[in-house]
Design a protein. Structure first.
Ligand SMILES: [Mg+2]
Ligand SMILES: [Zn+2]
Length: 211
């Protein structure tokens, strides 16, 4: 029997955890795309999305929503509306399938269109990976075992930089991306109709092949 070598150097990222996560973009992936959604009563789950989240819950995965919300920076709605919208999403997921989101992360900033303190070049606005990295620390996630599902190029870029595999869905803005096939630079492994097929694919293709 071969013993694993004793680790003598600190891990390159001592804060990384071991959990697998499903990182989901919000608008156009988990809920129907509504430009600058500001009213909780307009929340509509993507068909089958609640059951898909439930399957990830049942697999023991963390399910984390990561969303750019520059409508806050642009002054279109107050930041306080976001927790209200997230509560409605959580209620609908629970009612429809007993599904649970482990964390909602959002970026309220914009580098050029923002007003006041929201006008900054932050680390959290996708394609930057800040939200995924913060969630990984706070929720004990290993990004290299995890997946980012999005409908825009910036979702895939953020997921790839964070170290996740990525899946593009064709709901929301997905059909307009003109990306149709896997792309190593984006860690993009599949282009699928919706979050339903994306979660099924992720569950079937985890854990990642040994490297
Ligand atoms: Mg989106
Ligand atoms: Zn930000």
């Amino acid at each position: 029997m071969v013993e694993a070598p004793t680790r003598t150097e600190p891990s390159p990222n001592p804060t990384a955890g071991s959990a697998t996560a499903l990182f989901l973009d919000r608008d156009g992936v988990l809920i129907e795309e509504v430009e600058y959604l500001a009213r909780p009563e307009r929340v509509r789950l993507i068909s089958g999305g609640a059951a898909a989240v439930r399957r990830a819950n049942d697999a023991g995965w963390k399910v984390v929503v990561v969303s750019n919300q520059s409508g806050v920076a642009r002054g279109l709605f107050p930041e306080s509306v976001l927790p209200e919208i997230h509560s409605v999403i959580s209620e609908k997921l629970l009612a429809e399938a007993g599904a649970v989101i482990d964390g909602f992360y959002y970026c309220p900033h914009h580098p050029t269109e923002g007003v006041g303190a929201y006008r900054i070049g932050c680390d959290c606005r996708k394609p930057k990976p800040g939200m995924l990295l913060k969630a990984s620390i706070e929720l004990g996630i290993d990004p290299s075992k995890s997946w980012m599902i999005g409908d825009r190029l910036t979702d895939l870029q953020a997921g790839a930089v964070a170290g996740c595999r990525t899946i593009l869905v064709q709901t929301g803005y997905g059909s307009g991306t003109r990306i149709f096939s896997p792309d190593a630079d984006l860690s993009l492994v599949a282009v699928l109709p919706s979050v339903v097929e994306a979660v099924r694919f992720a569950l079937l293709n985890s854990p990642p092949p040994a490297r």
